[in-house]
Design a protein around this ligand. Structure first.
Ligand code: FES
Ligand SMILES: [Fe+2]
Length: 317
């Protein structure tokens, strides 16, 4: 997830990076959103300062025009820009890092979008190995040390398909801070959590607290080449989701409450992860099955344009 849908109104063009690769997003006046490589095929001008003309993006330097598939108008078929698969969901813009999406964009099963209220949070970029952040949700041992939560029972892990791994657990609060006390009070000290990793860079979190379920969609994108020493840089973009109730004011309060609680939770992880040089743990106890499963899951994901870039490669096929 790169930004909010609202960041790109009809007729707008914005420049972004997709796993360190420069792209542009543009929306036609009819409302269709497209993602193309940023540098013009002709002479390499950055298309971020181009204009939307009809259904095309026009390069500012010599006015070559590219449609949403990247085809250059008036040129031979196949001449043009690389196009990236893009979808809009929950008010966010999601781009698949590959030619054809290998799995559906992250979402919440059985909850139609019109029944939800959503809010895209602020993005943060931190110096940290992508794998360090990506594996964090499945690392049960840090729950107590960092988040002051204890497991109530053995967590379960399920591989839904080769691209999605799901973890479920029930925890109780051991901390005494304000967010901890609010959580304890709201949940009757039973926090039911379901986390799904979608290809390692998308996460959906459903946290059932009392009768309320708060949802989070987290995008974890490596922004620069990951180094062999286990370092790197990651962009984190959260999207908060709640089921819509009849009263707008209740929705407003509910989504802000969910944002506040999730943000306080994630800030703790981020504080620990800054400057991390990730290495896979050499020793894992029998209680670390979720982390072990996660490392296996990441290992078997296809690499290349769908995987993350390593030092010395540009991440393309
Ligand atoms: S550089 Fe884009 S049209 Fe010439
Ligand atoms: Fe965490």
């Amino acid at each position: 997830m790169l930004c909010r849908s609202a960041d790109i109104p009809p007729g707008a063009v914005i420049a972004k990076e997709l796993v360190g690769h420069p792209i542009v997003l543009f929306r036609t006046h009819a409302g269709k959103l497209h993602a193309l490589d940023a540098h013009c095929t002709h002479m390499g001008t950055h298309l971020g300062s181009g204009n939307v003309v009809g259904d095309c993006l026009r390069c500012p330097l010599h006015h070559w025009r590219y449609d949403g598939t990247g085809q250059c108008q008036g040129a031979k078929p196949g001449v043009g820009q690389r196009a990236w698969p893009v979808v809009e969901k929950y008010g966010g813009v999601m781009v698949f890092y590959g030619t054809v999406p290998l799995f559906d964009p992250p979402g919440f099963d059985g909850l139609p979008e019109e029944e939800l209220c959503t809010r895209v949070g602020r993005s943060v970029t931190i110096q940290c190995a992508w794998m360090g952040i990506s594996s964090n949700a499945f690392d049960m041992r840090h729950l107590d040390a960092v988040h002051q939560r204890a497991l109530r029972e053995t967590p379960t892990v399920e591989l839904l398909d080769p691209y999605r791994l799901r973890l479920k657990y029930v925890s109780r609060v051991t901390g005494h801070g304000l967010p901890d006390r609010v959580m304890k009070w709201l949940s009757d000290d039973h926090i039911r959590v379901c986390i799904t990793s979608w290809g390692g860079t998308g996460f959906t979190v459903e946290s059932r607290v009392g009768r309320q379920t708060s949802m989070l969609l987290l995008s974890l994108m490596p922004t620069r080449l990951q180094t062999r020493e286990g370092g790197g840089e990651v962009n984190i973009l959260p999207l908060f989701v709640r089921r819509r109730k009849g009263v707008p004011f209740i929705n407003w309060i509910g989504i802000r409450m969910a944002s506040w609680l999730f943000t306080r939770f994630l800030e703790k992880d981020i504080a620990m992860m800054r400057g991390m040089r990730y290495r896979a743990p050499a020793v894992m106890g029998p209680d670390e099955e979720p982390l072990r499963s996660y490392l296996r899951f990441i290992e078997q994901l296809p690499k290349g344009a769908g995987g993350f870039a390593m030092e010395g490669t540009c991440g393309q096929e």
